[in-house]
Every structure is written in C-alpha cells, then in structure tokens.
Design a protein around this ligand. Sequence first.
Ligand SMILES: O=C(CO)[C@@H](O)[C@H](O)COP(=O)(O)O
Ligand SMILES: [Fe+2]
Length: 219
Amino acid sequence: MYILAPSVLGADFTKLGEQIKRADQAGAEYIHLDVMDGEFVPSISFGMPVIKALRGITKKIFDVHLMIEQPERYIEEFAACGADVITVHVESCKHLDRVIHQIKETGAKVGVALNPATPIETIIHVLDLVDMILIMSVNPGFGGQSYIDYSTEKIRSLRNLLNERGLKTDIQVDGGITSDNVNVVLDAGANIIVSGTGVFKGNLEENITRFHEIFKCYN
Ligand SMILES: O=C(CO)[C@@H](O)[C@H](O)COP(=O)(O)O
Ligand SMILES: [Fe+2]
C-alpha cells in the first residue's frame, strides 16, 4: 500500500489547522509531525501541545517523527496526545530494543529511523519487531533540503533484505521528495512518502493529487 505523509513542517504555520484539514480532504493518508529538540538536531520545532490541538481537527494517522535525545522520556506522552505511529532514531536510543517495546506497550505502531550515514546493519536484529523503517534522505533538522542520492541504494538494499526475510515492513522515506523525484524512491522499494515542501509549496490539492496519480502506477 502506498501512502503520502505530508510533513507539517512545510506548512504555513499561520494557517496550520486549515492546511491540515485541506491535506486531509485532499486524501493524504498520514500527517507527518516532526518533533525537534535543538539537541539531537540543530532546530526546535513543536511538541505535545501542538499535536494534541491538531488531534481535534483530523482523524488521519498521526505519524510522529521524534528527532529528540532520549525519546524514552516522552513516549507515553506522545501516545496520549494522539500519535498513531511513533518513530525514534537509532542514533538517539542507547537501548533501542527497550524503546521499541515501550512504544508497543502504548498501542502505537513502531517506526525506527536511520540518518543518511547510518548503515542498515544497525537494525538487522530488530527488523521483525518494527512496523516501519524510516530512511532519512536528508540530514534531519530542516525542511526544504535536497535529496541525498545514495539514499536510493540504501532503500533498495533494505527492501531486498526485508524480502529475503519474508517481511512486508513499511519503508518510509523522508527528505527532499517531490512529485518530480518520487519515482526514484518508489522504484527502489519505499512505500510511505514524506513530503513537506513538495506538498505545501504551491497548490496543496494539486500536489497531493499528483503524488497519488504516480502511486497508482505502483499499486
Ligand atoms: O524530518 C524532516 C526533516 O528533519 C522532514 O520530515 C522534513 O520536514 C521534510 O521536508 P521536505 O524535505 O519534504 O521539505
Ligand atoms: Fe520527518
């Protein structure tokens, strides 16, 4: 199943609620929420109060991407705010296995994210414990960056590895993706596409339709 996850980091924050409702009505399956702490990544974005407020305006899947140090401190709180999928970075978890089980305990789906330079070997032992693997195709911290080309090979290797193990785990790709280059990551085996600038810059409805038209060729 192919899924579009607009990253609200690309939205106009003066019209945040309105833009999320529009993304919902235009058919976006997930809403991708980037939480940044100014430690794991250079920038600070938003946290629980914003997610809780947005939970009241859409029933779409809340896909919460935690770019924070020691995420185990906040897992239950993010779940209580309405996160449906909680993604943590392998680079920020000293005890990844424990954090994965902590997320499962809340009832949320588990995502594990890898920075561009982090090899997929770091997660081979937990592959069958997670629902989604997030391949970062930019260095995390900011929207609007360019896609890093070697991500494509990484996605392909991960999909091959999952296939060898008989796993249908979701592969999400995040960073620098628009309808102009999404084919590259879909061809490599990704099935959940995060896009901030590619959705919110220009006409939101047209952008979402364009992504979905491309997905049809893969379904
Ligand atoms: O997690 C992040 C950045 O750290 C992303 O979710 C970005 O917000 C995606 O934005 P674009 O690269 O699509 O503009
Ligand atoms: Fe993200």
